[in-house]
Design a protein around this ligand. Structure first.
Ligand SMILES: [Zn+2]
Ligand SMILES: [Zn+2]
Length: 355
């Protein structure tokens, strides 16, 4: 079958590889749509974002990963399963169910996670499965039948929605809250919409990229502030008297983090979405009055069906995200487009194995 194979850092090709064998708890998915995630670009460059976020340390990637963890498709007709032939969204990671984190409802932090489209958790293999392929094995109990009116594109992007929903829950966004989001890429956009769905009355986004700001407006942002022409933090302070109960940082530089903490109301929470090897200085006074700084990692299993409900009901709309579509055989071109997103006006790029 054809698959987008990351053979080594900087070496990504659409290549024919053998189909994967199914484990007893798996079904085979005929992939229809798969999104390119920001983390796929980091894998391409040899980083391992899963390890950074879940284990809190860098780890090397094995060779021959099939990339792709934002995908949906149909369950293959050869499978014995009640889901046979069904259109499904695929939750792309399986946790161990036995560790302290799994047993305390924090399975998103399980160190023994097997993750499609990432090298983690599989032991040593010739190839590691992922969604940018004609077929991908997935765990039957983690495949969710989608309603007829939900497209495969929307279903593929539920992974991103899940990250946004989890972040909004980590921050305990409450009805009536004012929220700001630094970085209005797909994750920032998902956080913005999830915060609104959880009752936030105002949600502002900040970005340097006009396309992201425009898409945020289309998706219901209260305001979208351009970061490079103005002092964005100052504009936000004026617009909302600096009174944000929750501020999310999806950018993760020392400067954005300082700005986010500086916007917090008393008792407010800043959530850092992108951790990497960075030291930063914070004046502890800025965290006075019970302000807190947290991180958010992936999402919990129950937040995936919740994401399906939010997209299905129209409370979260991912359709405006998609700017580019490529057949799987042109995956290198798709990644090139993603690397030069500002020249290309790209926001979310989708890959289709069957075209
Ligand atoms: Zn992702
Ligand atoms: Zn576990």
């Amino acid at each position: 079958m054809l698959a987008a194979l990351l053979r080594a850092p900087l070496d990504l090709q659409a290549k024919r590889i053998p189909s994967f064998a199914l484990e007893p708890d798996q079904v085979m998915i005929q992939v229809v749509a798969c999104g390119i995630c920001g983390s796929d670009l980091r894998y391409y460059h040899g980083e391992n974002p899963w390890a950074l976020h879940t284990l809190g340390k860098p780890l090397p990637n094995p060779p021959n990963i099939v990339l792709g963890h934002e995908f949906a498709g149909t369950v293959s007709g050869n499978t014995i399963s009640p889901l046979r032939g069904k259109r499904v969204a695929v939750l792309c990671f399986k946790t161990c169910g036995r560790c302290d984190q799994c047993r305390s409802g924090r399975e998103n932090l399980c160190k023994n996670t097997m993750h499609l489209g990432h090298g983690a958790g599989w032991g040593k293999r010739r190839y590691y499965p992922g969604g940018m392929a004609e077929q991908c094995p997935a765990w039957e109990h983690l495949c969710f039948a989608i309603p007829d009116h939900m497209s495969f594109d929307e279903a593929a992007l539920l992974d991103v929605v899940g990250v946004g929903v989890h972040a909004a829950r980590v921050a305990a966004v409450a009805p009536g809250a004012s929220v700001a989001v630094y970085g209005a890429g797909p994750i920032g956009n998902a956080i913005m919409q999830a915060s609104k769905a959880m009752g936030a009355s105002k949600v502002f986004v900040v970005d340097t990229y006009d396309v992201a700001l425009e898409i945020a407006r289309l998706c219901g942002a209260t305001g979208a502030v351009k970061a490079d022409s103005t002092d964005a933090a100052q504009s936000l302070r004026e617009v909302n008297r600096g009174n944000f109960q929750v501020v999310f940082d999806t950018v993760g530089t020392a400067e954005t983090l300082r700005n986010c903490i500086g916007l917090l109301a008393e008792g407010g929470t800043a959530v850092l979405m992108a951790v990497h090897d960075l030291e930063f200085a914070v004046n502890s006074l800025d965290l006075g009055s019970e302000r807190s700084l947290r991180t958010s990692c992936n999402f919990r299993i129950e937040e995936y069906p919740l994401s399906i409900a939010l997209v299905s009901s129209g409370q979260i709309d991912v359709r405006p995200w998609i700017t580019h579509r490529f057949p799987l055989k042109k995956v290198s071109e798709a990644f090139e487009t993603a690397f030069h997103k500002e020249e290309n006006g790209a926001f979310k790029i989708m890959i289709y194995p069957d075209s």
